[in-house]
Write a protein that binds this ligand. Structure first.
Ligand SMILES: Cc1ncc(COP(=O)(O)O)c(C=O)c1O
Length: 366
């Protein structure tokens, strides 16, 4: 892979030992940490009260290694701990990847439309961005392959893709990975992984041994409902992880966020429930689209891209007037569509009613 030259002789930040580590190593009960210039008086009492049941030392830096979460996640995924990297949301991992691999003289390949942060950070780093249009809402992996040249450093695949919700055809994905040169990092962004129900889905974590140039990105922001706390993670070969760790800032996830992710990770039943309810509610949107003759993309995520019988911006504004905030396709590169997050049953009752009124107002025939 084409890591920036500066990374060659560098190492990731090595965190000092935590109080817990030293207690364990030396069998001590009392350990005083005077190594990181933290505040010996703790924090502001009102802050402490706010989180009174959390066993966090407020004045102590977070565990930059995310040790507890790492062990739990490694066990859950059945991978070694050195195959994981944690970020302040998967957003931060995108920044880290761009910073570690992209720059003037390199190029990167993404779909369009897709999650805009890939192109955004590639541009900031000075790389050329090659955008391959979706075909019927799907990644055109042949187009991606054709776009590869000697300067290509990173390929971004978003599956399920934001904003279409479409899953990349899994057979095509494997065929593509077999062809991509090993010195190009392939990022598979699976922010909506937990919502996938397609029986053909191939667990990408199982691919990282075979394809050592692949990193899979996932997040606690969506199905785990922890967007406010910013925890994402990447799974890949240790060489990838080590190089990205050089770029990662040492204490990138707060102690509170780490603890909440550790707790959330235990609750598979919540994820199962969300996946099931999401599917049930998605069916309502599909029926609605069919009855009203509106095109809708096949989604494996918790949102849908649905056609509107007027300009997307007008539809978005009218729905806003009814109290529903959706994303206009005009802003997402898909004019004539809106992207709607699938809400709860009662939220969807209201939304579909407002959407019906919109259609009637536009005089669209049923
Ligand atoms: C495809 C995709 N990737 C990554 C993210 C970033 O998620 P987070 O930084 O909250 O983990 C999002 C958020 O909308 C997304 O849709």
């Amino acid at each position: 892979m084409q890591w920036r030259k500066a990374l060659k002789d560098m190492k990731p930040y090595t965190p000092g030992k935590s109080i817990e580590d030293v207690k364990k190593m030396y069998g001590l009960t009392d350990v005083v940490k005077l190594a990181s210039n933290e505040n010996p008086y703790g924090t502001v009492p009102a802050v402490q009260d706010y989180f009174e049941n959390m066993s966090i030392n407020f004045e102590v830096y977070p565990d930059g290694y995310a040790g507890i979460l790492r062990t739990k996640m490694a066990e859950k995924l059945g991978v070694a701990e050195n195959r994981l990297i944690f970020g302040s949301g998967s957003d931060e991992l995108i920044v880290i990847i761009a910073r570690a691999l992209l720059g003037p003289g390199t190029n990167t390949i993404t779909a369009t439309p897709t999650f805009p942060q890939y192109a955004h950070h590639a541009e900031i780093e000075g790389a050329e961005v090659k955008e391959i249009p979706l075909v019927n809402g799907h990644h055109d992996l042949n187009g991606f392959y054709q776009a590869i040249d000697a300067d290509t450093s990173v390929i971004w695949l978003c599956s399920p893709n934001n904003p279409t919700g479409t899953l990349i055809n899994q057979e095509d994905l494997i065929g593509f990975l077999e062809k991509v040169p090993e010195n190009i990092l392939v990022v598979i962004d699976e922010a909506y992984f937990e919502y996938i129900v397609d029986p053909n889905y191939v667990n990408t974590v199982d691919l990282i041994d075979q394809f050592q140039n692949v990193i899979v990105l996932r997040t606690f922001s969506k199905a785990y409902g922890l967007a406010a706390f910013r925890v994402g993670y990447g799974i890949g070969h240790p060489t990838i992880i080590t190089n990205l760790d050089i770029v990662r800032s040492p204490f990138n996830i707060t102690s509170t966020s780490l603890q909440l992710a550790e707790i959330a990770l235990e609750d598979d039943s919540f994820i199962t429930m969300c996946r099931k309810l999401n599917r049930e509610q998605m069916e309502r949107f599909k029926e609605f689209a069919e009855v009203n003759n509106l095109h809708i993309f096949d989604s494996e995520a918790n949102f849908l891209l649905i056609e509107v019988p007027m300009s997307a911006t007008d539809a978005t504004e009218k729905l806003l007037g009814q109290g529903f905030i959706v994303r206009s396709g005009d802003a997402l590169g898909v004019p004539g569509y809106i992207r709607v997050t699938i809400g709860t049953e009662s939220q969807n009752d209201g939304f579909l009613e407002a959407f019906s009124a919109l259609i009637e107002g536009a005089g669209l025939e049923k």
